[in-house]
Design a protein around this ligand. Sequence first.
Ligand SMILES: Nc1ncnc2c1ncn2[C@@H]1O[C@H](COP(=O)(O)OP(=O)(O)O)[C@@H](O)[C@H]1O
Ligand SMILES: [Mg+2]
Length: 254
Amino acid sequence: MAGTQQEEMDFGSDSERMKKRTVEGGLLITFEGGEGVGKSTQAERLFHKLQSFGIDSIQAQEPGSSDLGNNVRSWIKRANSSSPLAETLLFEAARAQLMFETVRPALDRGKVVVLDRYTDSTLAYQGYARGGDLQTITQLNNIATANLEPHLTVLLDLDPKVSLARVNNEPDLFSGADSGSPTRVDDEGQRRFEDQPMNFHQNIRNGYLEMSKKDSRWCVIKADQAGHRIADAILKRVRRLLIERAIPEAVFRS
Ligand SMILES: Nc1ncnc2c1ncn2[C@@H]1O[C@H](COP(=O)(O)OP(=O)(O)O)[C@@H](O)[C@H]1O
Ligand SMILES: [Mg+2]
């Protein structure tokens, strides 16, 4: 049958088809930005796309994707006031655990790790927005991750007036907005931050933009576009990184 022949030409034998593609040393892709900019939506989308290409990948979320992270999240939600340092150390503890139990082992097996928030979130929130010392936070980030830098950081940049309206389920100001059900998975843990005054969110945005100018790992995308456009822009960049790591171009045509 023509269909079967085509499949064999593109993907080789059954055993090869079953085996997911990996890259030497793995690939760490992080998503950053303020509340409601579309990080979880796009991280999910990228993860499914990679899977559909047969690329071995996992998806995780900070601080939620470990038992410790979930406890940190619920504590931060309950705490009336916490010291910025205590908050930073808790996030770093959750991060260290996620590195240990999920991210490092996956990278060691050559997987692509799609991470919804990482070290830059601590710099943006506890540093730029809450006034913590950036150098100290950088040191703590380095300790928690054993200096593991992302290969790519996608910054979804959006005016917080728009992103917070999204989060609060107000009508989106942008006409090409995604329709459909909300996909937020981090509501409870983020509530406290969402309730902060607007200048807190502006500081986060500005902090991210400042960081993005310092390193080529950043890919800044305007997040007031339709979801599929954002997804295409992200995929273009990811595809390049994977091709550089010996993933054949044909994989992305499937
Ligand atoms: N490009 C987009 N345009 C309009 N609304 C979007 C877009 N991407 C996501 N949304 C919606 O905005 C809300 C927040 O998205 P989410 O991915 O949870 O953001 P984050 O994880 O950054 O907080 C959700 O209701 C989601 O469906
Ligand atoms: Mg989210």
